[in-house]
Write a protein that binds this ligand. Sequence first.
Ligand code: SF4
Length: 473
Amino acid sequence: MNKNRISPIPFDFNQLYTQYMYSYPHKTAYRPLSGISLKDYGRQLAGKGHGLYLHIPFCQSKCGYCNLFSVTGQGTEDVDRYLDAVERQALQYGEILKENRTGFSGVTVGGGTPLLLSEGQLDRMFAILDGCRSAGGQDLLEGGEPEWTIETAPNQTTRGKLRRLKEGGITRVSMGIQSFFDRELLILGRHHRGEKIREALDLLKTFDFPCVNLDFIYGIPGQTADSFLASLEEALVFCPDEIFLYPLYVKHGAGMEQKLREGMVLEPEKAFLQYSEASSFLRSEGFRQDSMRRFVRRRLASTESNGDDGSRRAGREFSDCGFSSSLSLGCGGRSYLGKLHFCTPYAITREGCLAQIREFEETRDYTQIRHGIFLSDEEMKRRYVIRHLLIYPGLPLESYRKRFNSQAEEDFSLLAKWKKEGFLECHRAGDERYLALTQEGLGFSDCLGPQLISSKVWQRMKEWDKWFCTGDC
Ligand code: SF4
């Protein structure tokens, strides 16, 4: 282990883990909408290359750090009722997909814990997704390699269910491991144990899915850089294609919030050390670091662009991810249709999530959009920068100029500042010039990214926080 890898960081450690910017704007900036029909925005789904997401909001137990849209304690009938509603929704959406000849290049089933569904329910789920996929009349396989992803957890990974996933066309399985150490899993409030993880991974290996991703968490109270590395070393025995490393966040409404009030502490400085050691380790093991969280085994990098010295420069194809459309089925997932983003109202308590699920199940017209946000041109620029800058290959400067008729570095003075401070650098791939995070900048993504949030969106997010904390929401 290299004890001297970290240079002094230019931030207050308490700001280092401000916000995970996986999308923009955050759901807490959404507000009630009225008089909006999906039919009027269907053209955003015209042609190929769109994403389809299905949210399964059920879990065996609630992890201590989780405030995602998911509930526990739901039986077979509850899940069936939810699938009935998803089916009705998919049929209504199918009309719009047909009209716009929509083709999906990626389908993701997330949650929650999708594999909490029985084998029969999984079959039904695939039938619904297939119906959506074929509604637009486009062949998904034409002109690209579609990715069918599902999230799973060790306790729910059985031979029968994995067989269903294989038959259903899943190409990427993502498993939430978090740690191989029982004491760390206990602190996180995860229901599985190390032995179960090993069993599930052995099983998963026998099915030979094209891509297996494993998720881990660092910054767990009591965790050390050595124990985190030991978890990752053990993970490599199972030959994952991707590894995601998540810093521990304890957000409003999560069970661990109470433990923090009672004296448990999160130590961002230690978390950063763990991240730095893990990043060096995975890169030395042949993984390419695409973002602060994502590490990809090099053999997956089929589009090595400028194959240099084995650094993360060699890389993946550019995808214009700031503007692709994505349609969500179920309750709790987000849809992105151009400037219109929408989802069911944000809920994090069990009662709040259950109320949303019941409302979803009683909905008659799923094409009516009741909650979301319309992005201004200025917010669209921010979204474009945020979605590209934090993940390799970075922000395509020429594409930005063509799309917005302005220069990214003039629109966002922070970019020049970060370049000067060594967090960003330019590189060229093909005809495009990219602005990308340096190795140092990658580690600060959760501090840099939030600085790109507009004051208007911050304001809305703070309003939501205030409502939640005062019990007004
Ligand atoms: S972290 Fe995942 S498995 Fe745990 S409660 Fe949240 S959604 Fe469920």
